[in-house]
Structures are given as C-alpha cells and as structure tokens.
Design a protein around this ligand. Structure first.
Ligand code: ADE
Ligand code: ZN
Length: 332
C-alpha cells in the first residue's frame, strides 16, 4: 500500500500555507526578524503541539505565524511546502492563506501574496507542479473585516482563484458571512468553506444554502444527517477531508474511529489532505499511510480518493483528464 500511495500522483485541495511552517523555519525567521517566540528549542516547539480542540491549535498556529514578515519569508514558507509536494508526488496543489493574520500585524497584503505566488511560479517551472491560491476569511472576525479583505484582494484577482472561510468554527456559522460570499461570487471567485469540522451539520447546510460553496472543507459531521448525506452524494459535492488534523484536534478520539471509510463507501466525493502538516505530524502521504494502517482501506479506495482530488480541483476539464490519465498510467 505504501508503494501505491507513493507512486500515485495526487492533488492537495486543503492546505493552509501558514500550517506548513516547520519549527526549523520558524526559528530561522524568528531570529532573522527579531520576533520573540515562546520556545527555547525545536523540541520545545514539538512538545507544545499537543492540542485538545481546534481553538488550542489556532492559538499556537497564529503565534507561529508572527515570524512571517516579508515577501521572502512567504516565499521560503511556500517553497518548503513545495519540496514536500515533490517528495509526496503532489502534482497539483490549492493553497489557502489567511491574509488577515498578516495584515492585522502590519504586513502588506502584497508581500504575502507575491511571496506565495513567486514560489508557486518557480514550482511550476522547476517541477511542473500546478497550483491555485485561495484566500480565507477568518470567521472569528467580522463580516465587515472580511469585506475589507475582499476589497484588497480585488487587485490580485488573477492570482486568487477563490475565497474560503476558516478559523474558530463554533459560534461563527457560515450565515455570518452570507453577504461577503455573495459579493465574492459576483466578483468571479470560487467559494469554499470549512464546515462541519467541529460544529454540527447545520453549518454544512448553511455553507451550501447560504454561501453557495463549490467545496466543503472537512464536512465530517455530515454523517449525522442521512438527508444531508444523500444530498452530498447526489450533488457529488467535494469534501476535503484531513484525517491527521481530525485526530490531532480530537474530532475523533482515535484513527480507528475516523469516519472517512464510511463517507467514501456511501459514495461521497472525498479527498485526503494535510490541512496544517507542520502541526499535525505529516504531509499528505502520511495521512494516507495512517488511514491504511488503521482502517480497512482497499487499493481501490486509495485510487478513488486520489482521483477525487483531481476531479474536485479548480482546474480545466482538459487538465483534469490529463492528470487522471497520469494516475492510470502510474497504476499500470
Ligand atoms: N486554520 C488552519 N487550520 C484550520 C482548521 N483545521 N480549521 C479551521 N481553521 C483553520
Ligand atoms: Zn483547514
């Protein structure tokens, strides 16, 4: 199985670039930028990565992001992630970034987007990896602040394919962002939202019906509503599931209790993603390996998950077909 996982080309659709900040780079940038971090060494950082829910993770994740100040920091961050893509045979990636995490500290929007963009351009040139950028609104902030962020993004419309919604889910339902998502759609952005990660399935209904999203990030709480399951299946609505994340944030107590196999067997359009790999013990292949070690996954399941990642990507039908053909070729 590990051989199969390694040899299949994949797409990653749910990856927060700030969540790929490895402790080594965090220390290097902290030193360069003279930013204080509350850790004495790498081991100390890793020991702090012991989360009990989404919020305990987010507190540490936002503190880590404080070391990112300049365009070259965002370039380095993105480039390190691209090297992991090369290792894991990820040939297409759709990257989330959280502009408000940076602009609220005085970092220019331009520095963030250009650093990411230039690294992705180099990834295409050096490794042939294709990519898109998705800008997420922080849902613990107001819709008004999301509107301000959307306004800033309009100058980079060609570089940003879509908008998303992330951060503290409980108490910040999709309905809070209905108007800004409407405006984003009018501006031509694709729409995604974290929904049903920790909060119940009503958040998934809201994301579908009020935000009109094209993909659901996480969505694992759908299983509690047979009616929603049927709808997601009928619509083949993509769910970007992040198994390691769900274990590290205690959405499921153990890997054996993760519901991905049930979602897949029911016929939902599921892909496997790493979310915040530097914080959740591994990149996309490690997520696949953990699934195989803990659940009765078949080779066919792995191929379906990988093919779904391409089918659900924000790329042309021609490129989808070309990538699906590469999967078939790898299987021969
Ligand atoms: N930001 C980064 N990772 C996240 C997650 N898993 N859920 C919500 N917001 C996030
Ligand atoms: Zn996420």
């Amino acid at each position: 199985m590990i051989d199969l996982i390694q040899k299949l080309p994949k797409a990653e659709l749910h990856l927060h670039i700030e969540g790929s900040l490895e402790p080594e780079l965090m220390f290097r940038l902290a030193k360069k930028n003279k930013v204080e971090i509350p850790y004495k060494d790498i081991e100390d950082v890793r020991n702090a990565y012991n989360f009990t829910n989404l919020q305990t993770f987010l507190d540490i994740y936002y503190a880590g992001a404080n070391v990112l100040l300049t365009k070259s920091d965002f370039y380095d961050l993105t480039w390190e992630y691209i090297l992991k893509c090369v290792e894991d045979n990820v040939i297409h990636t759709e990257i989330f970034f959280d502009p408000q995490t940076h602009t609220d500290r005085g970092v220019p929007f331009e520095a963030v987007i250009m650093g990411i963009k230039e690294a992705l351009a180099d990834a295409k040139e050096k490794y042939g990896i294709t990519s898109c950028i998705i800008m997420c609104f922080l849902r613990h902030l107001s819709q008004e602040q999301a509107f301000e962020t959307l306004e800033q993004a309009l100058a980079y419309k060609d570089d940003i394919i879509g908008v998303g919604l992330d951060s503290s889910e409980l108490g910040n339902p999709p309905s809070k962002f209905k108007e800004v998502f409407k405006k984003a759609k009018e501006e031509g952005f694709k729409l995604v939202a974290h929904a049903g990660e920790e909060a119940d399935f009503s958040y998934i209904y809201e994301a579908l019906d009020l935000l009109n999203i094209n993909r659901i990030d996480h969505g694992v709480q759908s299983i509690k509503s047979p009616e929603l399951m049927q709808r997601l299946k009928d619509e083949q609505m993509p769910l970007t599931v992040c198994p390691n994340s769900n274990i590290e944030l205690r959405v499921f107590d153990t890997y054996k209790e993760h519901n991905i196999k049930e979602l897949l067997d029911y016929g939902l359009n599921i892909s496997v993603n790493s979310d915040d790999p530097a914080y959740f013990k591994g990149y996309v292949n490690q997520n696949f390996i953990n699934l195989c070690e803990n659940l009765p996954m078949t080779e066919e399941d792995i191929v379906t998950l990988v093919k779904n990642s391409f089918r659900s990507a924000f790329i042309s039908d021609e490129l989808k077909d070309a990538y699906l053909a590469r999967v078939d070729l790898a299987l021969q």
